[in-house]
Design a protein around this ligand. Structure first.
Ligand code: DX5
Ligand code: ZN
Length: 220
């Protein structure tokens, strides 16, 4: 089994101490950093943009996993690529010509991901799954950190795993929302390769201890 990756979501960082938090999480064993971009239209929250991704790029060499929760993402992918994103993940609900946007991302040598809100059926990925490097399953309604994991999404993760395996392509399955030490093993057993963890890490007193705790649990 491939090594499960831990992707701290910086949405839950103390933004007044962002550099310190990111460096601490990197030292604690983060494999990549999940960066939530929100526009206040697709989701009821506004966060950060390419400018901040550019600043984060300067302080870590870990892959930057940019999750676009914005309308018309095609207008902004080039800005996020320039800012240093390594993975750009789009919501299928936000882009009428997602095939084209995925092609643009990949043409720049950047990994392309797709994601869907909890209620959006996996069938929407049927004709694009072969084109992406990553599928992100949302296990909360997007917009905020610190929400409860939606157990009803277990089946969707398992189905996404099967869908990916049938393609016989190297596509990573990332799961995002409400993941804690208490449910991480179950999420991995459902088929996740990458666990996004925001509050569980950045609201803990010892990032290294927390990430090690999760690693021990999932490797048991
Ligand atoms: C929610 C974001 C998630 C969130 C995860 O819209 O996409 O990445 O930051 O935070 P936790 O792990 O606290 O649910
Ligand atoms: Zn996210």
């Amino acid at each position: 089994m491939n090594r499960i990756k831990i992707a701290p979501s910086i949405l839950s960082c103390n933004f007044l101490r962002l550099e310190e938090d990111i460096k601490k999480a990197e030292d604690a064993g983060a494999d990549l950093f999940h960066i939530d971009i929100m526009d206040g239209h697709f989701v009821p929250n506004i966060t950060i943009g390419p400018m901040l991704v550019e600043q984060v790029r300067k302080i870590t060499s870990k892959p930057l996993d940019v999750h676009l929760m914005i309308e018309n993402p095609h207008k902004f992918v080039e800005d996020f690529i320039k800012a240093g994103a390594d993975i750009i993940t789009l919501h299928v609900e936000t882009d009428r010509h997602i095939f084209r946007t995925i092609e643009i991302i990949k043409s720049k040598g950047i990994k392309a991901g797709v994601t869907l809100n909890p209620s959006t059926p996996l069938i929407t990925l049927e004709h694009i799954i072969h084109e992406v490097d990553l599928v992100l399953i949302m296990t909360v309604n997007p917009g905020f950190g610190g929400q409860r994991y939606m157990d009803v999404m277990d089946e969707k993760i398992k189905k996404a795993r099967n869908m990916i395996d049938k393609t016989k392509k190297d596509i990573e399955l990332e799961v995002d929302g409400g993941i804690k030490a208490t449910n991480a093993k179950k999420v991995v057993q459902c088929g996740a390769d990458i666990l996004v963890m925001g509050t569980e890490i950045f609201h803990s007193t010892d990032y290294k201890k927390k990430i090690q705790e999760v690693r021990n649990i999932i490797s048991d």
